[in-house]
Ligand binder design. Structure first.
Ligand code: ADP
Ligand code: MG
Ligand code: MG
Length: 210
């Protein structure tokens, strides 16, 4: 069972910060075209709160890094705040107190995060939400774990699946969230939450192979 690098938690959460921070404007634009336009601001608020948590708590373990991120999202409005908050909380539970997670533990935590998002958000795959990017990433990661693929390759496969699925949301019509109010007007627009989820998976990949 493949272990993840010593500083996986730190590098993963820093990567989430960089990837989402760098894309906040573009993701806000997508939300402007398909929803109510606040997603960029919601991301910025979450990242600011996360930075404050990191500053105050000086996290050193995977769990502590994850907690800094999940608590931040739980303090943000919009639908994405609580959903990403509960998602990152499940991710933070992947490892025991002092350890980094194994690849298998991380895969199961990602699956738990998907289940939580779907339990509270009630979105199904194909509803043009963050679930669309997460679902194939979880599947790719689980099958990589079963075939004993290296962590780097496994997470690269998960990222690729998430990126492709996020792109494909442009062709679908939203049935959940604010984008469902505009319906076909959002045709051709990638779901910002799905794009954000693909960036989160990408941060996990980058934390393994730099
Ligand atoms: P809001 O729609 O409340 O303004 P945000 O703009 O913060 O929320 O986040 C929008 C993203 O949240 C969407 O792009 C979508 O991926 C995701 N989302 C919205 N509703 C749901 C839901 N019910 N289940 C899962 N994800 C959702
Ligand atoms: Mg919005
Ligand atoms: Mg909103």
């Amino acid at each position: 069972n493949e272990t993840l690098p010593d500083d996986f938690g730190r590098d993963f959460i820093r990567g989430v910060h960089e990837h989402l921070g760098g894309a906040a404007d573009a993701l806000g634009d997508l939300d402007r075209r398909s929803g109510d336009g606040d997603f960029g601001a919601n991301i910025r608020t979450a990242l600011k709160l996360a930075a404050e948590n990191i500053e105050a708590d000086a996290p050193s373990t995977y769990r502590q890094w994850g907690s800094a991120m999940y608590m931040a999202w739980l303090g943000v409005g919009g639908t994405s705040g609580p959903l990403f908050g509960m998602f990152f909380r499940d991710l933070a539970k992947a490892a025991d107190d002092q350890a980094e997670p194994t690849l298998a533990q991380f895969a199961e935590a990602l699956a738990a995060g998907q289940a939580t998002i779907q339990k509270y958000g009630e979105a199904k795959v194909g509803d043009k939400t963050m679930v669309d990017a997460l679902d194939p990433a979880v599947a790719a990661l689980r099958s990589a774990v079963e075939s004993s693929t290296s962590a780097g390759e496994a997470l690269a496969a998960a990222e690729k699946a998430a990126v492709e699925a996020a792109r494909a949301t442009a062709e679908t019509t939203a049935r959940r969230g604010r984008a469902s109010y505009v319906g076909d007007a959002a045709k051709g627009v990638i779901d910002p939450g799905a794009a954000a989820m693909a960036l989160v998976i990408g941060a996990a990949r980058a934390a393994v192979d730099g």
